[in-house]
Design a protein around this ligand. Structure first.
Ligand SMILES: *[C@@H]1O[C@H](CO)[C@@H](O)[C@H](O)[C@H]1NC(C)=O
Ligand SMILES: *[C@@H]1O[C@H](CO)[C@@H](O)[C@H](O)[C@H]1NC(C)=O
Length: 397
């Protein structure tokens, strides 16, 4: 979407959104892909961001009015049923927090990879255990991070996937973004009641994100493990359940104004990201764990660079802006060098050295990828080609 808007292809951007809205009308959520066998699995909820970005460029209020009911329906999808979890403050506090998790309505092998899934489940004899694993696999696909040590109890064993036991930082931040987007869009469309309602929801969720995920010692927001993924009552918060591994998703709150505008917290986060080990020669690594899965070290993915860079650049802190420009320079150069060497853009890059594309996971690395193209265009539009050639990209490749 960022690439289409940078290319002024507004009608194409709107056409994509209209297609996604038709899925919400029919199925209640944006499908994981536009195929009949994906009806029981969502995408991470980023449609509101698409609508909002298109609105900022086109000021098309008719388009906004048509999109709002679908966005509100999608918000409900993520805040009800199996996607919704309640956490109660640790003893001593008396707050209740409503959060969301990935949870695919699917307990069979993924149709697109059924042989792999059956093989992975073959270590279980009991059919309940097999079905449980199938749901965890499909839920990891719903998260977009398929697969990653983030969802695994043991990062060396994919059959320990436990996606539905994780309250993910990024998902909950996307829902906060959805609330702000709906609020802004509704205000633009003259629906002040809806605008106020979703603005208040965003304030509550900001508090929730900081209560459940923020870890002041690490200066990061950490995913939270549930003890029991089938328990329907309120889970009691316990600091030991925060996942202390460093993931790029621990910094996704930076993308949202609610967090990047808090300069005191930002300074802590800035220090933390510098010391995290995630900043590599050719971009931000997905994690520090080399599990062999594609959403882990040493892969870097375009949308993650984009979200973190946007937050750093908008925070108003000079040093954060400088870090954003440094990441952009590295990312643009590694994409360019890989393109020159291979003739392709790639879906992911190995951030250890300039010009290397990524690997790992269950399928052969894909070329020509939309989000890699889109982020390069969005970076070029906002930052231009890096003039400063201090980064040694051409030499190390
Ligand atoms: C998929 O969702 C439909 C509609 O909610 C449901 O009837 C069906 O049982 C689901 N399929 C699986 C495999 O869970
Ligand atoms: C998880 O919660 C369910 C539903 O309340 C309960 O039946 C089950 O025993 C719990 N499992 C564990 C391991 O505590």
């Amino acid at each position: 979407m960022g690439g289409l808007l940078a290319s002024k292809m507004y009608d194409t951007a709107k056409g994509i959104v209209i297609n996604l809205i038709s899925m919400i009308d029919e199925f209640g959520h944006v499908l994981n892909g536009a195929r009949s066998y994906y009806t029981n699995r969502s995408q991470p909820p980023l449609l509101s961001s698409m609508v909002y970005d298109i609105y900022l460029r086109t000021v098309d209020l008719e388009f906004v009015r048509n999109a709002l009911p679908a966005l509100i329906k999608e918000h409900k999808f993520w805040n009800s049923g199996f996607h919704s979890i309640t956490i109660q403050d640790a003893p001593g506090g008396n707050g209740y927090h409503s959060l969301s998790r990935y949870y695919a309505m699917w307990n069979e092998p993924r149709p697109e990879s059924s042989l792999l899934d059956e093989k992975l489940a073959s270590k279980f004899v009991n059919s309940n255990e097999k079905q449980h694993l199938y749901r965890e696999i499909a839920s990891a696909a719903e998260s977009g991070w398929d697969f990653s040590s983030r969802w695994m109890r043991d990062s060396t064993d994919l059959s320990t996937l436990a996606t539905t036991s994780v309250l993910p930082v990024d998902l909950n931040v996307f829902i906060l973004k959805m609330e702000l987007d709906i609020s802004n869009l509704a205000r633009a469309a003259g629906d002040y009641r809806t605008a106020q309602h979703f603005f208040e929801a965003s304030l509550v969720r900001k508090k929730t994100v900081n209560s459940i995920f923020w870890n002041p010692e690490k200066g990061q927001w950490l995913d939270y493990w549930l003890d029991n993924d089938s328990y329907k009552g309120a889970h009691t918060w316990d600091s030991r359940n925060q996942n202390h591994n460093t993931y790029a998703s621990n910094f996704i709150p930076l993308w949202i104004e609610s967090f990047y505008s808090d300069s005191k917290q930002m300074k802590k986060v800035l220090k933390s990201i510098r010391n995290s080990g995630l900043l590599c020669n050719a971009g931000i690594a997905t994690s520090m764990i080399n599990s062999g899965e594609q959403w882990d070290f040493p892969n870097g993915w375009a949308p993650i660079q984009h979200m973190i860079v946007e937050g750093l650049a908008r925070s108003g802190l000079k040093e954060a802006r400088a870090l954003a420009e440094d990441i952009v320079a590295r990312w643009l150069q590694t994409n360019y060098v890989a393109y020159k060497h291979t003739g392709y853009m790639h879906e992911k890059y190995d951030v250890q050295s300039c010009g290397d594309f990524g690997g790992g996971g269950e399928y052969v690395p894909q070329t020509g990828f939309g989000w890699s193209n889109g982020v390069v265009l969005a970076f070029l539009e906002e930052f231009g080609w890096p003039e400063d050639q201090k980064i040694d990209c051409y030499l190390t490749s």
